[in-house]
Design a protein around this ligand. Sequence first.
Ligand code: 13P
Length: 266
Amino acid sequence: MANDKKLIIANWKMNLNMHEASLYLHKLSKLIKTHRNVEVVLAPTTLTLQSLSLQMNLKQFKLAAQNFYWRDFGPYTGEISASQLRGIIQYALVGHSERRHIFNENNKDIRNKVAAAIRNNIRPILCIGETAWEHASGETKDVLHDQLMGGLANITSEELEQVVIAYEPVWAISAGKDSTPINVIPADVEMAVNAVRSQIKHLFGEKAAENIQVLYGGSVTPDSVADYLALPGVNGLLVGGASLNANTFNGIIEKAHKNSTVAKKD
Ligand code: 13P
């Protein structure tokens, strides 16, 4: 695999105000050890992106937007574009299940966003995953296939090198900070991640399938980090609820460091 760095991403969703976000960053930057085998990315609300970008050290963290609109500018009240975020963020989530299911984003919106991120020098993290009903009906592979085809339809093999895929089964996403984590069997994650790579191979070839970074997300806690990162095709984690506490998130980063295949030199 070309990139053995584990990507650990905190998706704060619609939590933490400006003050709380700044305190969190201050705390985490004191706790965190920089590891060559782990890249840490914070995805706060749009409101705090700029102030955190000024406060943070890019050697410690990178920043991601949780959402943006795909056009670069124009009469789109209430929206913010990837071109406006350019230079502030390095990554952006695209097609998170909460965007797909609560805000009705479809594959066309999502593929436009993937392309907009790439043309603005931002790495898109394309989120895909099946619902509980699709899972129970044995449709996981078909859903992943459809979401990958839909989300990646506008890009070239060269552009794919900028893309990260996050597999998040919708039914495994926790309801928030204090809810009980849902246990997803690592073998099921492995099967889904293999399906992702085989679809990438079909669309973009073997090398692309080997090199693309694929993350897992859904109820990740410090206790489950090792199980998921031990899976051969999993290059990192997308963490929601457990990322809202700086100590807990730092615990996840440390576990990722210890369980990464390139832990030798640190
Ligand atoms: P939880 O870790 O709270 O289940 O959220 C996962 C998620 O949606 C991250 O994007």
